[in-house]
Design a binder for this molecule. Structure first.
Ligand SMILES: [Zn+2]
Length: 335
């Protein structure tokens, strides 16, 4: 699972099959895992056909008037980024925690606080959970991470860390307006997603590994109908990838939600394998889907660089992701 200097692997579908075959043994040695062939990518690509609205979501299910306040979501991202680099253990990280707490005041909040031992020593980690009760037994989690990369100087993580954090604050505004009919929704701001030194199974996803383990121990994991993750979803050129490490039926449901809202052109043009905060929850037994656009600038050139700045982002992308997340929850309610 260890990939030098990269936490996620993908293979462009355009690589000729022959070249792939020639390179495969090398790649296996380096990555310790067989890369997807273009054929496999094609075969695995989701092919959800447009479903008639009447058949799609059961009885009496019109597409609801889901509206994310895009400008407000963007303003949150701007405020989050204004704290500067926000790696675990930093003063800016503490300020962001206080900022989140201030926004979530009056809501039902739980925290998962612990100390993580990392290759750079011990760090306090704080997962923040906002709970919005529903009428149906069961929980849908919508999560993101709010820490930023430590090892790149001047990294402010507008997209990677900032976009999801701001979007979930806007989702909190949407969800706090009253008891929802359907599953309970928990918004989770995960901490310590980024590697302290280099991405590996033990140096990464500190917060999600701890929370998933805790939920497995206390049985909470069995209540989870779905774990939806939003990471790097603010890119103005929004292309959410289809993730083979996510649960297939839940990915299909996300695509159905995107199609119902007319956003399908922003979804699943490419199939990749993503290592991210969803994996510990998948391992614990929950259905998971990672909404991530891992093509941030040409060839992902802005990822984990000081170029991950606000000017690359669009309020519309935040709104698209937020509306698809809420529509996915609505479709889950009806299952
Ligand atoms: Zn990152």
């Amino acid at each position: 699972m260890i990939v030098p200097d990269s936490r996620r692997r993908w293979l462009a579908a355009a690589v000729p099959a022959l070249l792939m075959l020639m390179l495969a043994p090398l790649a296996i040695k380096r990555l310790g895992r067989l890369p997807q062939t273009p054929a496999a990518t094609q075969a695995a690509a989701p092919m959800p056909s447009p479903v008639p609205a009447s058949a799609a979501a059961g009885s009496g299910s019109e597409t609801p008037n889901i509206k994310i306040n895009a400008a407000r979501a963007m303003q949150y991202v701007r405020e989050v980024v204004a704290f500067g680099p926000r790696p675990i253990g930093s003063e800016a990280h503490r300020k962001l925690e206080a900022y989140l707490a201030a926004h979530l005041a009056g809501m039902t909040i739980e925290r998962d606080d612990f100390t993580a031992s990392t290759p750079n020593g011990s760090f306090p980690i704080h997962n923040i959970i906002a709970k919005f009760p529903g009428t149906k037994p069961g929980v849908v989690v919508i999560a993101t991470h709010y820490d930023t990369l430590m090892r790149v100087k001047g990294f402010v993580g507008a997209n990677d860390g900032g976009s999801g954090t701001g979007l979930l604050l806007e989702l909190a505004n949407q969800l706090r307006t009253g008891k929802r009919s359907g599953y309970s929704v928990w918004l989770v701001w995960l901490d310590g997603e980024e590697a302290v030194r280099q991405w590996s199974a033990t140096d990464s996803t500190y917060g999600s590994r701890h929370l998933a383990e805790g939920w497995q121990k206390d049985g909470t994991i069995r209540q989870l109908k779905a774990f939806l993750l939003a990471d790097m979803i603010g890119d103005a050129d929004l292309n959410i990838d289809h993730d083979q490490n996510s649960t297939a039926w839940l990915e299909d449901l996300v695509y159905e939600a995107a199609s119902k809202l007319g956003y399908q052109s922003h979804f699943f043009a490419r199939t990749i394998e993503v290592a991210d905060d969803h994996l510990p929850f998948a391992k614990a037994g929950a259905p998971v889907a990672d909404l991530i656009d891992f093509d941030y600038g040409y060839n992902n050139v802005f990822w984990h660089t000081p170029q991950d700045t606000l000017d690359k982002l669009s309020p519309k992308s935040l709104a698209i992701t937020g509306e698809v997340l809420l529509e996915t929850v609505r479709l889950l309610d009806q299952k």
